[in-house]
Design a protein around this ligand. Structure first.
Ligand SMILES: [Zn+2]
Length: 547
């Protein structure tokens, strides 16, 4: 279960806490040295970072911005940042009778995932409060509202992954031709990670406001929690929807608007996309919407807030795995040389299992059968998992994207037959792109233990087994407030130290620097590091610098 370990490691903090070193360097005198580099960040990066931060609860934590080529401790496939290759996502609306055929359309203003919920609000004549704006030009508000809105997120299906395999998605290409894709659409905030992006899509506001910032979140009580679980990195159905999520989702308010007459449901392999659906009965007045999350190769739910019919629980992925296994003519439990059982989420079997279950739910719960618009949401995880395991340039990735595209074709066929060819709107988008390996080749992979040890050597005078940095993620370092106080150190000191931290500082011996990077050993490891509470200041100085 390497993937789960990687996920757990990512979630629990990229690195373990380093050992304290004997030698100590003096605390920096110039507390504001970090501002000089922070102000050089491109304004667009800072805008996206600002939208991704809850600076009230994160206030003493550090924003760490890597240049695109560098990575955290070996996680070459991470996909967290403001870079175009991670931000650019498809935003495809398809639905004969509701979406006029326009192909690729570029609007003059910015388009982000936050525009989706208000767009559906506008389509249904329902005033959904949001920071996004309705994309009125892509939809047609006819006499009849669609009976079903199906929202699909291809996890890790940003444009760079799709364009790497342009022949792998004929159904999506046809949806664009007969519908519309909003060219230039972006996620809209950094970090570009699954929980945050899905929450933006459904709430119409950014993480700064909806509260789901990342895989690890600084909770209001000071603890570090997962997005929907107390312990970061728990992936199963035991979720707490309101742990961080502070905004209602489109489905939450549509439930209320229709007196819970609307059918609402979602299937997703892990719980990270939970906010795409909403809070279920945890939202005042809401009912227990259908939710299926995978655990031990079964669909399960969180009965306190959601429901899952018995027949859906009994749909197993065994048949999909067996079919995939047989595909190459050999029954050996393998797909492209990998054992399928261990890696269901990284194989084409997942999308098939999701589709069989989705169709059973839509039929039995009578989604799309009356005039009240129903909502269903799907997250197809496979391209992301394949990206983390093998990268976006591999034949496995082509197969992953192709399996999702087959699933889209299957959904369209099904909805044409059961909801009516003019009865639905299908939205397809992605939560982030993927890290192209070509970007990593000339980059520095940070030695996390060395970095933590250096920070402690510089600032931690106490010998209590705790370090200055409590946990790390690819975009935020969580500082231990108590340790800062004990050592009379401020977030600004650590930010300045890390802002000037170089490749040469990050190795135990200069011989550890590969030949190709030796001439760059004085290069700073981060583009900038600054306390999250300074984000407004950084935004204005970066902006001034750009003009
Ligand atoms: Zn991922």
């Amino acid at each position: 279960m390497v993937g789960l370990l990687v996920l757990a490691a990512l979630a629990a903090g990229v690195w373990s806490r380093g050992e304290q070193q004997e030698a100590r360097s003096p605390i920096l005198k110039d507390r504001d040295a970090y501002m000089a580099t922070a102000c050089e960040l491109p304004t667009q990066w800072v805008r996206l970072i600002d939208r991704g931060l809850r600076s009230a609860t994160d206030s003493h934590d550090l924003v760490v911005q890597l240049p695109p080529q560098n990575s955290m401790g070996g996680f070459t496939s991470m996909h967290s940042g403001p870079f175009g290759f991670l931000q650019d996502v498809p935003l495809v609306f398809y639905g004969p009778g509701h979406v006029p055929a326009q192909g690729h359309v570029r609007l003059r203003s910015e388009v982000t995932l936050a525009d989706v919920a208000p767009t559906f609000g506008w389509l249904l004549g329902f005033d959904f409060p949001s920071h996004g704006r309705p994309l009125k030009s892509v939809l047609e508000r006819g006499e009849r509202a669609p009976k079903l809105i199906m929202t699909v997120v291809i996890d890790g299906g940003g444009w760079n992954a799709l364009e790497r395999w342009p022949d792998a998605w004929p159904n999506l290409a046809r949806m664009i031709e007969e519908g519309v894709n909003l060219e230039g659409a972006i996620v809209g905030s950094s970090p570009s990670v699954t929980p945050a992006s899905h929450a933006t899509l459904s709430t119409g506001v950014f993480p700064k406001d909806h509260g789901v910032t990342a895989i690890q979140n600084r909770h209001g009580d000071g603890s570090i929690v997962g997005s929907f679980t107390r312990t970061p990195g728990e992936l199963g159905p035991d979720v707490r929807p309101r742990l961080n999520l502070r905004s209602p989702t489109f489905a939450d308010l549509w439930d209320i608007e229709t007196g819970n007459e609307a059918e609402v449901g979602m299937l997703s392999y892990f719980n990270y996309p939970l906010a795409m659906l909403g809070q279920g009965s945890a939202w005042p007045g809401g009912d227990d919407d259908v939710l299926g999350l995978q655990e031990d190769m079964q669909w399960k739910t969180t009965p306190a807030f959601y429901s899952l019919p018995r027949y859906a629980r009994s749909i197993s992925p065994r048949d999909d795995i067996a079919a995939l296994d047989r595909q190459d003519g050999r029954v050996d439990e393998q797909w492209m040389g990998h054992l399928i059982d261990e890696k269901l989420d990284a194989t084409p079997a997942l999308a098939r299992w999701i589709n069989r279950t989705t169709k059973a739910i839509l039929l039995n719960e009578e989604f799309g059968s009356d005039e009240i618009t129903d909502l269903f949401f799907i997250n197809y995880k496979t391209p992301d998992r394949v990206g983390h395991r093998w990268g976006m340039d591999t034949p496995e990735q082509r197969a992953a994207i192709s399996s999702v595209d087959d699933a889209l074709g299957d959904l369209i066929d099904f909805m044409d037959r059961h909801v009516g060819s003019e009865g639905y709107v299908l939205l397809v988008t992605a939560d982030h792109g993927q890290r192209p390996l070509s970007e990593v080749r000339d980059g520095w992979s940070i030695n996390g233990e060395k970095l933590l040890a250096d920070v402690n050597a510089a600032f931690d005078k106490t010998d209590d087994g705790r370090g200055i940095i409590e946990a790390t993620s690819p975009t935020l370092f969580f500082l231990d407030e108590e340790q800062l106080a004990k050592n009379d150190v401020h977030a600004e000191d650590v930010a300045s130290f890390l802002s000037n931290y170089t490749i040469s500082d990050n190795v135990s011996s200069q011989a550890d620097i590969p030949q190709g990077l030796r001439s760059r050993k004085k290069e700073r490891v981060f583009s900038a590091v600054f306390p999250s509470r300074n984000v407004d200041e950084v935004l204005s100085c970066a902006d001034a610098g750009d003009q």
